[in-house]
Design a protein around this ligand. Sequence first.
Ligand code: MN3
Length: 216
Amino acid sequence: MNDSLNFLCGYDDGRYVLPPLPYSESALEPLISAETLYLHHDKHHAAYVAGANAALDSLTLINDGVISTAQAPAVSQSLAFNLGGHILHTLYWENLTSEARETPHGELAVEINAMFGSFSGFRNIFESVTAAVQGSGWGVLGVDSLSRRLMVTGICRHQDVLVPGFCPLLVCDVWEHAYYLTWGSDRKGYVSAFMKHINWNVVEERYRKAMSYDWR
Ligand code: MN3
């Protein structure tokens, strides 16, 4: 497994940092154009990193009495939005590849079959949930920390409609900035093509780590 799997690549020395893309900007064409990938990573994701650091700085100023505690609700909401965006995008870049195999292997494949009947059963649910996210958001395959079962869910924005403790394994960005330059309003087409570019090596490793983690 390569080092970019290290989830801490988005944080260094007390600051959130923008991780480099694990491939070239044109690597995911035609699913994602080089222009989209550049704007998405260098502008949108970078803005969430900057926003998360700014919110952290504001929390420090509140703690130090420099800023009124009246600002705390807005700052905490900004932190949730921007940090959520930073984490989801870091996961998103890494779970995409130009050299995808069609299906997962190993324990993840066994569990997908157990939970969804078959891989195509999972794919149908993931695609329908993701395409139907209201407004800007994400489709996610993850592990519920209580039951340790696989679950497909949609996240609104970066942080709404989120189950506490839910551990994401595979994320698909369906904000319009993720696909509109190439796909226009065809979100279903983009999600369907996304399924053919999944880095299952990465998703399988996340599953292994999630299941070996002691949540209690
Ligand atoms: Mn995005």
